[in-house]
Design a protein around this ligand. Structure first.
Ligand code: BGP
Length: 478
């Protein structure tokens, strides 16, 4: 098999990502500073794999110097994490900053910069303060939107001079979809209208934070965007009913955020369908103007797997509340390649297809792959005699996805970088440490000690040489 060299464009950012709640642990948090993730875990730790959760996580709060040093050694161009709103603020109504937390984030950011790693900061990676859920119903409340904007402003004021990349949210659709549409997660409600209101309010909150950021003029090189988990959506067939199913899926799970965040307008078709099913969200013209005038300056996309859908085969149960799957069913393509640990299809061409969509339908806006990666169970079985995990599958996964992305860039995509999920293994929602994602292992049997995996050494070489080698030919890649 012939191998080919794939070169990274000159200023292409090759980095890695994580979030506050998935790494930090509760150390340093005051008693009232629970986040949504914390109360979800506390509600029933048994639902979390082997009982692990955010309690200690990777103990990043105490070990960040060690981790940042490793990032520097590997030569990461950038590291994305979040600020935990629930930790950072002491009084959520006035947005009074918690000095200890502010000092910790300050030092983390400085340390990253000192080690040559560009910090990227996300303002919400599901870390909504739990008390705001209890008191106001969380993101369903416009008051919470205002509190978020006040909090965001404090972050900009403290770190905007040094942080050049801010993101208002990570995957803002996820919590309400799982909790209020699918009802598979805490607080286990089924309420479509609430789910839709959460989505809309987050769109509004994002636009308001962007407005605030632009007004503040914190950094002449600074940019602000949002991170979406948009899925490339393929219909089962080219038949009209399947294509329609895919269109509606795309509307509810992609365009609902993508259109307002990038184009400033909510899709009309979506509003019509919601009205028809009596689950429209509440909005005002003034809010729509704010959304229109404050679109993102950069877009982050988390790309893991495609969505494949078909028209429904079975009738809808009319006694259940409306769910977008009224119009579609998920479809499993026979023969598809799978990551069985996570249950996600592996289809690297999504990088290219998404890049082309952003180029052709979203004004070729500047964007980054803010997450892509491979979570694998029982990785300790892949250790060599020196104890180093031989994760060749991860190297293959990254290479294959990256080269599709590079092909898109050659064809004019405005993609500026690729951030692997994740730098170290960390805690997933409910799956906890089951599936390992990191370039660096967190050894739970050995005091959470860090050990670079084979993929970490490989990443280091790619970062140094600015190219990698991969098979010259696979059936679909031309
Ligand atoms: C993304 C989230 C991350 C991370 C990742 C891996 O959706 O932004 O926080 O968790 O998925 O998925 P999982 O942790 O479910 O395996």
């Amino acid at each position: 098999m012939a191998y080919k060299k794939y070169y990274l464009p000159k200023d292409f950012i090759l980095g890695a990502a994580a979030s506050a709640w998935q790494t930090e642990g509760w150390c340093g948090k005051k008693e009232f500073q629970d986040s949504f993730m914390d109360v979800w875990y506390k509600a029933d730790p048994n639902l979390w794999h082997n009982g692990y959760g955010p309690t200690i996580a990777t103990d990043f709060y105490n070990r960040y110097h060690e981790d940042v040093k490793l990032m520097g050694e590997i030569g990461l161009n950038a590291y994305r994490t979040s600020i935990d709103w629930s930790r950072f603020i002491k009084n959520y109504e006035t947005a009074e900053v918690d000095e200890d937390a502010a000092e910790y984030y300050n030092d983390l950011i400085d340390d990253l910069i000192k080690n040559g790693v560009e910090p990227m900061i996300c303002l919400e990676h599901y870390e909504l303060p739990a008390v705001l859920l209890e008191k106001y119903g969380g993101w369903g409340s416009k008051h919470v939107v205002e509190l978020y904007v006040k909090y965001a402003e404090q972050v900009f004021k403290l770190y905007g001079d040094r942080v050049k990349y801010f993101f208002t949210f990570n995957e803002p659709i996820v919590i309400q979809t799982r909790a209020f549409l699918d009802s598979i997660r805490y607080p286990f409600k089924q309420d479509t209208k609430t789910a839709m209101q959460w989505s809309y309010n987050k769109i509004l909150a994002s636009a308001k934070a962007i407005e605030d950021y632009k007004r503040g003029n914190y950094n002449k090189d600074g940019k602000i965007g949002i991170i979406l988990n948009i899925e490339v959506t393929y219909p089962r067939s080219s038949a009209e009913h399947d294509v329609m199913a895919a269109k509606i899926y795309d509307l509810f799970f992609n365009r609902i955020f993508l259109d307002p965040c990038v184009k400033g307008v909510l899709p009309d078709e979506l509003l019509k369908i919601l009205k028809y099913h009596h689950c429209s969200f509440e909005f005002t013209q003034e809010e729509l103007n704010i959304i229109k005038n404050n679109t993102v300056q950069i877009l982050g996309l988390n790309l893991y797997a495609p969505a494949r859908v078909k028209a429904r085969d079975s009738a809808w149960n009319p006694s259940t509340p409306f769910h977008p799957s009224y119009y579609y069913e998920k479809f499993e393509l026979p023969g598809r390649k799978m990551n069985l640990s996570r249950g996600w299809e592996i289809y690297p061409k999504i990088m290219y297809d998404m890049a082309m969509r952003i180029k052709n339908e979203y004004g070729n806006i500047e964007w980054l792959v803010t997450e892509n990666g491979m979570g694998i169970e029982n990785e300790q079985n892949f250790k060599n005699e020196d104890g180093v995990i031989q994760d060749d599958y991860r190297i293959e996964f990254i290479s294959d996805h990256l080269r599709w992305l590079l092909k898109a860039i050659e064809e004019g995509s405005n993609c500026k970088g690729y951030m692997l999920w994740a730098f170290t293994d960390n805690v997933s929602p409910q799956n906890a440490f089951k599936n390992r994602y990191g370039l660096v292992e967190i050894d739970l049997d050995d005091n959470r000690n860090r050990r670079i995996k084979k993929s970490g050494y490989w990443y280091k070489e790619v970062l140094k040489n600015r190219y990698f080698e991969y098979k010259d030919f696979t059936p679909e890649y031309k």
